[in-house]
Design a protein around this ligand. Structure first.
Ligand code: HH2
Length: 279
């Protein structure tokens, strides 16, 4: 059987082993690393360190989506990320992903060299579909309940969370293909923590093979998230690393192809051991 591949611009990412997507938040207020990498030199240094530690993709974000984060204008978001995306893309060490729900930001970053558009609102905005059809980037279709991160955690409810999240991702992936995007560019993501209670997040992870059965590369982001803090009774996101690695490994073993993480070295080490056992 030929290897499954995720096509991201000029990159062909083989999925024979789980890929690691390193998170680079160029924001003053992200929940776990806000303010650490706002200045471009610090951001670039952190990205290079993640690549040296084994990251396969770098995901650059300029807007915190944590509930309660201060709103940021598209111009400000773009100013934060454009140079970083351009510089990292020019270095050519790995595909660069832009984490945005704003078409203006996505388009400018694609022009600057981004190879992936990671849209936490799942390509619901027709302008985002236009960006997708006018480039060759990989696309991450993530599920978020509602359309506003500021209110998504206010009493989230589902009948069957897995069925609903799976149906949404499948529908949006179909819509992209109907608009002309080729299937091998599309990845899906259940959006852990985006309008989900602790129990919803656990159910999504427990039934990850149902998400994987959609047949698209499956991206999962659990890193340092609040549900891990809830399980461990740990308020400080920087003290959730072992819990995060445990959840990432669980996800990889149960069908995740791409793991979005803050702690690249720890995750790569754990995946290396799991791979050796599997061989
Ligand atoms: N999680 C966050 C942001 N973007 N993208 C995808 N595809 N999947 C995720 O699970 C995901 C994501 C939230 O984490 P973080 O970027 O660390 O926080 P913040 O939104 O506060 O910047």
């Amino acid at each position: 059987m030929s290897e499954r591949v995720w096509r991201c611009g000029a990159w062909r990412l083989g999925l024979a082993r789980p890929l690691v997507m390193g998170v680079l938040n160029v924001t003053p207020d992200s929940f776990s690393d806000g303010g650490l990498h706002v200045e471009p030199p610090a951001a670039l240094e952190h990205a290079r360190a993640m690549l040296a530690a084994g990251a396969d993709v770098i995901d650059v974000g300029g807007e915190s989506t944590r509930p309660g984060a201060a709103p940021v204008s598209e111009a400000e978001e773009l100013a934060r990320v454009r140079t970083i995306v351009g510089e990292l893309a020019d270095e050519g060490a790995a595909p660069i992903s832009i984490d945005t729900r704003h078409a203006v930001v996505a388009r400018a970053c694609v022009d600057a060299g981004a190879s992936v558009v990671n849209d936490i609102s799942g390509f619901r905005d027709p302008d985002m579909i236009d960006v997708a059809t006018s480039c060759e980037c990989g696309l991450v279709v993530m599920h978020m309940l509602g359309d506003d991160p500021a209110t998504m955690q206010e009493d989230p409810r589902y009948g069957d969370v897995v069925a609903e999240v799976r149906a949404f991702c499948g529908r949006q992936a179909e819509a992209l293909q109907e608009a002309g995007v080729s299937r091998d560019r599309i990845a899906v993501d259940p959006g852990i923590g985006f309008g989900k209670t602790l129990e919803h997040n656990l159910e999504l992870l427990r039934r990850l093979p149902e998400m994987a059965s959609l047949g698209y590369p499956l991206l999962v982001g659990v890193s340092r998230k609040r549900f891990i803090g809830q399980i461990l009774d740990e308020d400080d996101p920087s003290r959730r690393i072992s819990g995060s690695v445990g959840a990432a490994v669980y996800a990889a073993v149960h069908g995740a192809d791409i793991l979005r993480v803050h702690d690249v070295a720890d995750t790569v080490q754990a995946l290396g051991v799991v791979a050796a056992i599997g061989r």
